[in-house]
Design a protein around this ligand. Structure first.
Ligand code: FES
Length: 146
């Protein structure tokens, strides 16, 4: 379902991703309670596949505990849409996902590829992931798309 543009004034919940510039539209993804902590979920918006990750309320995640992050589901190194099945962890306080195929590690916050595992991305894909801002409104997770 697509929503009309949501101005900041309409948003009563928190914005988790710091950068919501460049959002063309906010899409409803699912209820927060549909997301299991540390387990990814894939969401399809038109032709855009997004991987959503809810972090546990665990001190290991520091200021990121309990937050939700959205990155592209396409794994640039395998060319497959599998990042939602990656392994969630942390590196120096940064929440990360490790790709399930070749184990590259990406920041969930910036999308940056932190570990290439001596591979190069497929078909000249960028090695870093696109990230999408996430907002919570009335228990519903919204993803900002370009
Ligand atoms: S505006 Fe969509 S749940 Fe509140």
């Amino acid at each position: 379902m697509s929503l009309p543009d949501l101005s900041d004034a309409q948003i009563t919940g928190e914005t988790w991703a710091s950068d919501s510039l460049g959002v063309g539209r906010w899409e409803r993804a699912c209820l927060l309670t549909d997301l299991f902590p540390e387990r990814g979920a894939a969401a399809l918006f038109g032709t855009v596949q997004v991987a959503l990750f809810r972090l546990p309320d665990d001190a290991a995640y520091g200021v990121h505990a309990g937050q939700v992050y959205a990155v592209q589901n396409l794994d640039p190194f395998s060319g497959a849409h599998v990042l939602s099945r990656g392994i969630v962890g942390t590196r120096a306080g940064e929440p990360t996902v490790a790709a399930p195929v070749y184990k590259q590690v990406f920041s969930l916050v910036t999308g940056k590829c932190l570990v290439t595992a001596d591979k190069t991305p497929k078909e000249n894909l960028p090695s870093d992931l696109a990230t999408y801002p996430v907002r919570l409104c009335d228990g519903m997770v919204h993803v900002g798309l370009p």
